[in-house]
Design a protein. Structure first.
Length: 288
């Protein structure tokens, strides 16, 4: 399923969960892990005199070596092959370029540590990577506790769009690796339709999307259930995840702005920002 997994790291606690989840998935799928540290040159140049910049870069290079070495050491404990890399530039761009240049199949990155120049938090790098990455992105919130790395219950949010279709494919394959139970969920946005023909149309669309997703996921030999919910999509998905002990949320997204139900910048970003469990996003490539 995955041959190569990229784990961006800054050596901080915010990336600990992403490292652990990335390594567990690598062990499960037989993938090679790429540990990447990015020296944020645009950020460093702000407020730093040129004569002091080279010294700071030297310090960060040492920090980067330690950060990637820590990932590689952890990978050896899992018997997972790992490579270490360091780049300089805008973090989101270096992560995307590295992923493209090394045929990366999955990016696993942390969110939530706003004390480290916001280099890997939703609102900056993680948001841009999720919005622009061609490959799936797993975001794991940083914190004192690492979310469960064994995925027994997976929530697949679908809206029938191409991004959701890619998410169905990736989610089904990953769920099969973990022998997980998949909850296929469609949320009728109550802000758009409360009653009448539009509500009926959206409910019919939802039923078709759920039926198609269930059929495709079951084709991977995975057990499923489907739910049609009504309300604000992000809140409904997060509440459902809490009520059903979901271990992983999977959803499609794309890089445009607009009123689409699962567009990054609205529902998907809210879910990533607020979810206590990992979120796997898969972008619609048909927009390019």
């Amino acid at each position: 399923m995955f041959d190569s997994i990229l784990i961006p790291t800054d050596g901080g606690d915010a990336t600990a969960g992403a490292i652990e989840h990335g390594l567990r998935i690598a062990r499960k799928t037989g993938a090679t892990v790429h540990a990447l540290y990015v020296i944020d040159l645009p950020q460093l140049r702000v407020g730093n005199a040129d004569e002091g910049l080279s010294t700071l870069v030297d310090v960060l290079e040492e920090e980067g070596k330690e950060a990637t070495a820590a990932v590689a050491e952890r990978a050896r404990e899992y018997d997972v092959p790992a490579t270490e890399a360091m780049e300089s530039g805008a973090p989101f761009r270096e992560i995307l370029d590295y992923a493209d240049g090394h045929d990366i199949d999955l990016i696993s990155m942390g969110t939530g540590d706003r004390s480290r120049l916001e280099s890997y938090v939703v609102g900056s790098t993680a948001r841009k990577v999720n919005r622009l990455s061609d490959c799936p992105v797993l975001t794991v919130r940083g914190g004192d506790e690492i979310p469960a790395t064994e995925y027994e219950n997976v929530l697949l949010a679908t809206d029938g769009t191409p991004g959701s279709e890619r998410a169905v494919e990736e989610c089904g394959a990953l769920a099969a690796e973990y022998d997980a139970f998949v909850h296929v969920v469609y949320v009728v946005d109550s802000r758009i339709a409360r009653s009448g023909s539009l509500l009926k149309l959206m409910e019919d669309d939802g039923k078709r999307a759920c039926k198609d997703a269930v059929s495709r996921v079951q084709g991977e030999g995975v057990q499923t259930r489907r739910e049609l919910l009504r309300g604000r999509p992000a809140e409904q998905l997060l509440d459902y995840a809490d009520e059903h002990d979901i271990d992983l949320i999977s959803m499609g997204t794309h890089g445009r702005t607009g009123i689409d139900r699962f567009v990054m910048g609205s529902v998907a970003e809210k879910v990533i920002r607020r979810s206590e469990r990992p979120v796997l996003t898969v972008r619609d490539l048909g927009e390019e």
